[in-house]
Design a protein around this ligand. Sequence first.
Ligand SMILES: [Zn+2]
Length: 110
Amino acid sequence: MNKEELNSILKIIEEEISKTETSIEHYKELTKPIAPENAIGRVSRMDAINNKSVNDAALNKAEQKLSNLKVSLSNINDPDFGVCFKCKNNIPIGRILIMPHARFCVQCAS
Ligand SMILES: [Zn+2]
């Protein structure tokens, strides 16, 4: 992978990190403890609990993504960066741009 490609990947990873951090903040806001039943009513509390589990899952996913992105950021100068972990072929740059944390090529990931 040439320096230019690495720079564009680096830029994308940094953008993704800042986007993911923003959505983590957003989900944290949405997953705050739910008000007691007598404050918001039983039905809306049940709604809130349902929404909370959806948002909790989204929050977990975003946190996972953020840690993956940070790993890729620290691996980017690695000579193995962009090389499939399993078959050692180069991972196509298009895939890295979509999934910067991908450690496997499409074949090995499926
Ligand atoms: Zn592979």
